[in-house]
Design a protein around this ligand. Structure first.
Ligand code: SF4
Length: 263
């Protein structure tokens, strides 16, 4: 991803490797060599920087999408609840069996609790998750005719559903941009980029909704997640290879300009 000039200039070879102790992430507001405070950024400058970040993410991750396997909004809801503290790949393994037996709210609500626990055990936190997905399925049957509702307010009445899960279901399942999905990748990377200083998912979401146009609310989360897996990896971000380094408040100084062409 580096441009050829940067590769041949020797700049990368002379620059010390960007490594921090595993428990120390970059401070978005300081220069990592001198610890000098960066100049304060105006709201309009931050908005302009956010637009450039979104543009480059679109170039580099044109096909980003939800990686949870599902065939209906109901299955997406259940898979998203199961994905807490678990990889999507593991959830997809588990839901193959789960959805074969309980692929609708009615069918899942009828499954014995022990059977559900056995199937989802490997996703972790299986007691809470069993309670949540059975509770959600039963409430969907009793209150919503077995159909996943399409409003944030109604989704939040389901056991195990907070704004992140509701935003996934609304955005991916119904193509409704009501908010921004804030998971661990999104909160970490948008913090490093200096797009938000908020500490809670709700406040981070509010900041991002102000900065991003609504037509980016759904897809931007998938792109941040892909960036978190490929480049801005937790505890060892690959800033020297990052196409956002010149727009990132946590990038080490003096990195050569990134190649943002998507090549
Ligand atoms: S430059 Fe890129 S990899 Fe480094 S902290 Fe910023 S977004 Fe993450």
């Amino acid at each position: 991803m580096r441009n050829s000039k940067a590769q041949t200039s020797g700049i990368e070879q002379r620059r010390p490797a960007f490594q921090r102790p595993s428990n120390q992430l970059p401070d978005p507001d300081s220069n990592s060599r001198t610890r000098a405070k960066r100049p304060r950024e105006s709201a309009s400058d931050r908005a302009a920087r956010a637009r450039l970040i979104l543009e480059r993410m679109a170039i580099h991750y044109p096909d980003s999408r939800c990686s949870l396997d599902h065939e209906s909004p109901f299955q997406l809801l259940i898979a998203t609840i199961l994905s807490a503290q678990c990889t999507d790949a593991r959830v997809n393994i588990v839901t193959r069996e789960l959805f074969a037996k309980g692929g609708t709210a009615e069918d899942l609500a009828r499954l014995p609790q022990e059977e559900v626990s056995r199937i989802i055990h490997s996703t972790g936190f299986w007691r809470n998750k069993t309670k949540a997905i059975l509770g959600a399925a039963k409430r969907l049957v009793s209150e919503f005719g077995g159909v996943v509702p399409t409003s944030m307010e109604q989704l939040l009445t389901l056991p195990g559903v907070a704004r992140k899960t509701a935003n996934v279901v609304l955005g991916v399942g119904f193509r409704k941009a009501v908010g921004v999905v804030v998971d661990t990748h999104v909160s970490r990377i948008t913090g490093l980029l200096g797009l938000t200083k908020a500490a809670t998912p709700e406040k981070i979401e509010t900041d991002l909704m102000r900065l991003f146009p609504p037509d980016h609310w759904i897809v931007s989360s998938h792109r941040f997640i892909d960036h978190g897996r490929a480049v801005c990896i937790a505890r060892r971000p690959r800033c020297a290879e990052c196409f956002l380094s010149d727009l990132c408040r946590a990038a080490p100084p003096h990195l050569p300009a990134p190649d943002s062409s998507g090549s």
